[in-house]
Write a protein that binds this ligand. Sequence first.
Ligand code: SF4
Length: 277
Amino acid sequence: MTRISYSALESYRRCGYRFYLERRLRLCPEGEPTGAAHSTPREGAASALSALTRGSVAHELLERSDPRRPVAPRAEHVAARLRAGGAAATEGEVDELTRLVGGFLGSPLSARMARARTLRRELPFTFPFEIEAAEGSARSVLVEGVIDAYCAEGPSALVVDYKTDRISPGVDLEALCAEAYATQRLVYALAGLRGGADRVEVAHVFLDRPHEPVLAAYEASDSGRLETRLGALVGELVAGQHEPSATPGTDLCRGCPGRAALCSWPPERTGARLAAA
Ligand code: SF4
């Protein structure tokens, strides 16, 4: 059975053609910074540590922390985890990561997690999903993912996803989540509702701004609508529809391997540098 992760679905939703180039043809991204517009390098903190290492160590530290005993990690411990991950971090990078994890553990969302009936970290999930295939036949796929923190709160559930992006001042986090994480919300909500919760709240929390989690709530009565949305997306992906996004732009197209020549959109729409005359 075909397995589809939420991240693949999110990439596909953003641009079907880029998804095809990167995930099917395995073309490498353009040689330019791929940081999103909401994220800016921080002075004195972003020299060598890759976003991937920073993110995975932050997730690991949070996975091992206990919201019921919210103690910020010691800088030596953070430095040791970074070294274990093969990263040579600067003092500033260690301090930043220590602050991010400690900041979240002192937040109201962390306190809410501490009150949950059960709390599970790094929870893998899969659920079968049936779509209509060619000539009216049905086809099943497995939707899968891993939830950073799943909190059972009586009959309801709180799903928490940590984001370690560096957030530029003034960024509207609600708008950012609606744009960048709509599919993640959809899949997590369905995973919780299908798992038996009668209400699911999905919280995206940017560790840079731990006191401003972005929450989206879904009731059991939303299931039909969510399943329809997921079905449309999965159906297009499985059918091999790989159209360029209808709304290209510098942020979406940054780093895309198709931007220079393969994409049908002109450079002035994708932000590609025009060749000198
Ligand atoms: S340049 Fe933009 S619109 Fe074109 S394929 Fe890449 S991401 Fe999609």
